[in-house]
Ligand binder design. Structure first.
Ligand SMILES: CC(C)(COP(=O)(O)OP(=O)(O)OC[C@H]1O[C@@H](n2cnc3c(N)ncnc32)[C@H](O)[C@@H]1OP(=O)(O)O)[C@@H](O)C(=O)NCCC(=O)NCCS
Length: 183
């Protein structure tokens, strides 16, 4: 039984997103480098009101959004979640953002996604998990490949960023292909 360890990885744990996190989230998303990697819409400084609207939306819809904390220090470093799982087809899109760039490339994001996959497959009983990533986001692609995601679809030149078109890649992972470290 995983019990209380369901949402605990080797380096991070997942918890709730609280209203008091909104100023921190706003500060993260005011970093256009971060938006560049995440949003299809034009990058633009985000206001606290827009972040509040997002927070209120996720508390009402059926997405499962989590905050990400470092196990050793209890530092809040990002968010991740399942976006509106489709329970008939047992499929969901996922997303992740380590908001503080100083925490990138240290394994925290991959560990958080590993915990999210465990939640999706073991707790929500998903059959398939997918995500979209921009072709220039090599760090994210590498992180997802380490977890077993495969590149399935390339939407050619689907995002216009920084004066050029780039591909959007859909990566997918089936339950049958995924192995939890505890299995
Ligand atoms: C994407 C993200 C979740 C990955 O988490 P992370 O903790 O940084 O990832 P990890 O440290 O586990 O792994 C990153 C891997 O990419 C590699 N990498 C970093 N920059 C790279 C580059 N330019 N090209 C290729 N590989 C790169 C690292 O070496 C590492 O691989 P390794 O473990 O084999 O050495 C995190 O960086 C993040 O949130 N980034 C900003 C938002 C974002 O891009 N979200 C995803 C949108 S689809």
């Amino acid at each position: 039984m995983l019990g209380a360890n369901l949402l605990r990885g080797e380096r991070v744990y997942l918890s709730t997103i609280e209203r008091e996190h909104i100023p921190t989230l706003t500060r993260w998303y005011q970093n256009l480098d971060l938006q560049y990697l995440l949003f299809m819409q034009p990058v633009f400084p985000l206001s606290e009101q827009e972040e509040t609207n997002w927070y209120e939306h996720i508390t009402r819809d059926n997405s499962h959004q989590f905050s990400i904390y470092v196990l050793d220090t209890n530092a809040l470093i990002g968010t991740c979640g399942l976006h509106g799982p489709d329970l008939r087809n047992r499929s969901s899109e996922v997303g992740i953002s380590i908001g503080q760039p100083s925490y990138w490339d240290q394994g925290y994001g991959t560990d958080a996604m590993r915990v999210l996959l465990r939640y999706g497959f073991y707790e929500i009983n998903l059959h398939r998990i997918e995500l979209k990533v921009y072709s220039f986001n090599e760090r994210a692609i590498r992180s997802y490949e380490k977890l077993g995601f495969q590149k399935e679809v390339v939407a050619r030149q689907a995002i216009f960023r920084d004066g050029q078109y780039h591909d959007v890649i859909i990566m997918g992972l089936l339950r049958s292909e995924w192995r939890d470290v505890r299995e």
